[in-house]
Design a protein around this ligand. Structure first.
Ligand code: NIG
Ligand code: FE
Length: 421
């Protein structure tokens, strides 16, 4: 057993304790402790509470000390929507978008997702892995300790399995936990586009070869689909998600990002873990989400990066009682950021979420959407010691100082994985 660790001297311990998921007013109730301490034993939180009480515990006597000198400590961020594995940036498209060329127009000309697919197929697993490793270090530097990662830039058997196998390898070899999602239905790949029944043929491949191979090799927990005019229709999305369920993969959905498709209603009906994006949500969708256990995952980094004025209706979702989460959507096309602190800032200024709401959305509710709320997402006795310390005196300063990384230290299962020098 490793030496216990006593963490004290925080100006605030933002515990986000008290159960999951958080809906309505409970989202802002993040349980801030002052004069608190946290005792870690064997990579877990053994106790959290008033310093006078925690210091009296038996293991505290022999514990090493970590003094936070007035900094703020949070549960490590859970980034519940990323496209981790990709081969290159799309900075050239970024410049085109700034000049006024639309996202769909770029995609029609072979750019967009297909641009990333071409590059990924031509890149070795070793190179993809090395690139992902660097990004995983950056996630940790920004206070993130768990991520979800989607395939979807492979779109053939070999390349999709290459991505999903990397999720598994990386999750085992570096400290961050990676929750794997199969997104074979990202778009129809180029080689099927000129065929008369190309979409149908690709979906047949997906159902008869890709999904069975993913399930057989236990390479994903979730199956996602991009339901959009430029990707898959509602009927096609239903087919993919139902096929995923048959293989034991719970649905997640890219829904109402660029237009209203009805994907949210579908996701709720199919018991999706999460419906993501939601910029074009309708009142009936908000009601459906509010009555469901499906998480509404908002990705304001996308709208910010694409220069879009339309953001998801976060306030309406919170007020209706939906389970709201925030994530980066780290990907080369619409949101090339690993920074949850930046996403918190966008959640506050663009989605009008209170800083406390944004923190709960980025920790406990995100953990809930990944089925990990029993282990991570809050600072509570019994949970994994996944923690992030920020060089600020008040948790509201984390989104307030936007564009700078105030993360001072990150811990995964009680091990320091990032410390600012
Ligand atoms: O979440 N919407 C679909 N997928 C990604 C974008 C992918 C890309 O442009 O490469 C997203 O925004
Ligand atoms: Fe995405």
């Amino acid at each position: 057993m490793s030496t216990p660790l006593l963490i004290r001297g925080a100006s605030q311990i933002v515990t986000v304790g008290g159960g999951a998921p958080r809906r309505g007013q409970a989202l802002a109730d993040v349980g801030v402790l002052r004069d608190g301490a946290i005792l870690l034993v064997s990579g877990r939180i053994a106790a959290v509470g008033p310093v006078a009480k925690v210091e009296k515990l038996k293991e505290a006597g022999s514990a090493e000390l970590l003094e936070l000198d007035g900094r703020v400590i949070l549960p490590g961020f859970v980034d519940s929507h990323t496209h981790l594995i990709h081969a290159a940036s799309r900075a050239e498209e970024y410049e085109l978008k700034i000049q006024g060329v639309g996202y769909e127009e770029i995609a029609r000309k072979g750019g967009g997702i297909l641009n990333s697919v071409g590059k990924l197929r031509a890149t070795s697993s070793e190179n993809l892995k090395a690139r992902a490793q660097l990004f995983l270090e950056r996630f940790a530097e920004h206070g993130t300790t768990t991520i979800e990662a989607k395939s979807g830039y492979g779109l053939d058997l070999t390349s999709e399995l290459k991505i999903l196998s990397l999720h598994k390898e990386l999750s085992a070899e570096q400290p961050l936990e990676i929750v794997s999602t199969f997104l074979g239905a990202h778009v129809v790949p180029a080689e099927y586009r000129h065929k008369r029944n190309g979409t149908r043929e690709y979906l047949k491949l997906l159902e008869e070869e890709l999904l069975p191979a993913v399930a057989r090799n236990r390479l994903a927990e979730y199956c996602d689909v991009f339901c959009e005019r430029s990707a898959f229709s509602l009927a096609e999305s239903r087919r993919v998600l139902e096929a995923g369920k048959m293989h034991g993969l719970r649905p997640r959905v890219h829904a109402e990002q660029r237009s209203h498709t009805g994907a949210t209603g579908l996701g709720v009906k199919l018991g999706a873990a999460s419906c993501d994006h939601l910029e074009y949500l309708k009142p009936a969708d908000i009601r459906a989400l509010a009555k469901s256990g499906t998480v509404a995952t908002l990705l304001p980094g996308c709208d910010f990066h694409l220069g879009q004025k339309r953001y998801a209706p976060a306030r309406k979702l919170v007020e209706a009682g939906a389970i709201v989460a925030l994530a980066t959507d780290f990907n080369p096309g619409t949101s090339p950021t690993v920074s949850m602190p930046m996403v918190l800032a966008l959640g506050c200024t663009q989605l009008c979420m209170a800083p406390a709401e944004a923190i709960a959305a980025a920790t406990i509710n995100a953990a809930y959407s990944l089925g990990r709320h029993g282990r991570v997402g809050s600072i509570e006795a019994g949970k994994q010691a996944d923690l992030a310390v920020f060089e600020v005196a008040d948790y509201r300063e984390i989104p307030y100082y936007f564009g700078v990384n105030t993360c001072w230290l990150t811990m995964k299962r009680g091990e320091v994985i990032h410390m600012r020098d």
